[in-house]
Structure formats: C-alpha cells, structure tokens
Design a protein. Sequence first.
Length: 213
Amino acid sequence: MATYTLPELPYDYSALAPVISGEIIELHHDKHHAAYVKGANDTLEQLEEARSKDQWGSVNGLEKNLAFHLSGHILHSIYWQNMSGDGGGEPLDKDGVGELAEAITESFGSFDRFKAQLSKASATTQGSGWGVLAFEPLSGRLIVEQVYDHQGNVGQGSIPILVFDAWEHAFYLQYRNQKVDFIEAMWKVVNWQDVAARYAAAKERATGLLLVP
Ligand code: FE
C-alpha cells in the first residue's frame, strides 16, 4: 500500500477564479501534486529495495529525491487548504483568528510589513520555489522563509502555516510572466481561518520541542 496519497481538493476546480483559473487548479492538483505523491512513494520503495539488497550506491540520489517529492507533497497539501473562494482581507477582520493576527504583529511589526515581506520573498524566488510563513518552535516566533524548489533554504524544525507556490506551473497559464501580479492576487484567496488553526496547532504542540534540556 502506498504511504502517501493525493488529498482531495476542499473545493471545485473553479472555486478560486478569477484569482486562479480552474484550468490551473486542475492541472496543478491532478498532475503536478499527484506526481510528487507518486515520486515520494516510488522513492520509499526504491530505498526499501536498496536496503534489502545492501546496495548503497543509489542512496545519495534517492535521499535527494525523497526530500524533493515529500516536501512537494506536504507544501501542496497545505497550499490547497490555505486558500478559499471566501478568503482574503486581513486576519484582524476575520472571526477566530485574533491570536494569529497578534503573532504576526509581534513577529513582523505590522500586518502590512509581514505582507510585504512574504510577497517579496515569494516574488523574488529565482527559478522554482515558495514563499512560506512558518512557526519557528525554538523562538516561538513566526518567520518568513524563501524556499528553493520544495525543500531548500529552510530552517530545520520550522512548521509552514501559509504557503505561496511561486513555481511557474502555479500561474503561467493565466499570468504569463507576471509573477508579481499573481502573488499580489494570492492575498485575495488566503483562508485565514485555516492559517490560524495551523498556527494554534503548531504553537501548542511544537513550542519548546527543540530546546535542549
Ligand atoms: Fe506547485
């Protein structure tokens, strides 16, 4: 049985239009995300085979593949939940997300400065990558990370709670080369309730996890 499975979208393909077209969401979920799920499962199988035969020459490449595909699967799984056709606005305007709004202000100075930092981090990815808002459990702060591909340039242990896919497959059919416009539009579909739930869970379960006793 496969270890990882493709999660169903929490909405119809066209639910995020006009910010993201149904065609993009269908391809992105059914083809791109599905490929990462398959890649992660295939790599686990290949590692099992390598272990069973005591053949270690492929381990270096397989570990790289595992990090890439598994991270792609995890980030996309969060990405779909982070968006909603009823999303957008600022967290302070929404019900039940006060704690997240406070944490953003504490960690970044203001919502506007946080928004500018995450927008810039997303839009200035070189090649393929993501802009990520993450809970950092050692400090208990929120930080923005600019992720290379799906797995690089990450502070170990940080937990992604809001992710902007800045790969060309996320926007090119609709926005062509205008990545900045796509990232700006993304703010109109952010599901702050989902981000707040992720923040609360990360804070409750992970704070102090990495502290050396
Ligand atoms: Fe993607």
